[in-house]
Design a protein around this ligand. Structure first.
Ligand code: HEC
Ligand code: HEC
Length: 206
């Protein structure tokens, strides 16, 4: 079956881990679904652990594995949050995003570099993945539990991130309010900043 075929070689027959993959006891269904739906798992060598992430399993297999791995080992941790961006307040979400997320993901969610690790762009994440990332705290990202950000604040943040993904559909993100020319200038600025990062990075390696 799927688990034995795609996961057991690293996480062990019973999910208790091996030298190639961590123990999955109590990590929670949210962590399993996040890892699979973003394509971080099943890991296929070091190269697959780089953004941008793309799911490599069909959705039905992901659902089946979510359940199986949760029963096998992962139960006890955060469950898959149900995120409802339409119930969120976009303006509040913008403020919460700037306070809690922008330091790493940039105010537009485009990602960046932190302690020389790549912080992925979140502009392609689904509402569920946004909620899961907050509850799970993948890799170096901190966990935002229900005591730090309530369910309704998660909805607010998801609503803001989605508005930044589709500015035209939802009335615009802050940048597009000042028109296409300014937006073009911002894109240039981002591109040039990226280039400077690259140059510095290459310089440091040489
Ligand atoms: C080649 C080895 C390998 C395979 C195959 C693999 N994993 Fe992983 N998995 C890892 C490693 C290593 C990590 C630690 C994070 C990282 O390095 O990306 C991890 C992390 C995870 C986590 C996060 C654990 C935590 O502490 O939050 C989950 C959940 C997970 N894997 C599930 C799966 C599932 C389900 C499959 C099968 C579809 C799978 N993995 C296949 C190596 C593997
Ligand atoms: C300290 C830096 C930091 C903060 C603060 C932070 N993140 Fe992250 N985030 C990361 C890193 C690093 C990753 C990639 C983790 C990995 O791949 O192992 C990530 C991954 C994600 C992803 C998954 C994107 C994908 O690859 O599909 C989402 C969604 C996300 N973060 C949303 C948020 C939200 C929402 C907040 C604020 C509530 C937030 N993050 C705060 C560093 C951070």
């Amino acid at each position: 079956m799927l688990y034995q075929q795609d996961c057991a070689s690293c996480h062990g027959e019973t999910g208790k881990g091996t030298s190639r993959g961590p123990d999955l006891t109590g990590v929670g269904e949210a962590a399993v679904d996040f890892m699979l739906s973003t394509g971080r798992m099943p890991k296929r060598g070091a190269a697959s652990n780089q953004p941008p992430y793309r799911p490599s399993l069909p959705e039905a297999d992901i659902k089946a594995l979510d359940q199986y791995v949760t029963e096998l080992a992962a139960k006890g941790g955060p469950t898959i949050p149900s995120v409802e961006p339409v119930q969120g307040d976009q303006a509040k979400g913008h403020i919460l995003f700037d306070e809690n997320c922008a330091a790493c993901h940039n105010s537009g969610g485009s990602g960046g570099i932190l302690y020389s690790r790549v912080v992925p762009s979140i502009t392609g994440a689904t509402p569920t993945q946004i909620g899961e990332a907050m509850r799970v705290g993948p890799g170096p990202m901190p966990v935002f539990g229900p005591h730090q950000l309530t369910q309704s604040e998660v909805n607010d943040i998801a609503s803001y991130i989605l508005s930044a993904q589709h500015p035209a559909d939802q009335g615009g993100d802050p940048i597009s309010h000042i028109g296409p020319a300014a937006e073009g200038a911002v894109i240039w600025l981002v591109a040039i900043t990226g280039l400077l990062f690259m140059i510095r990075w290459i310089g440091e390696r040489g």
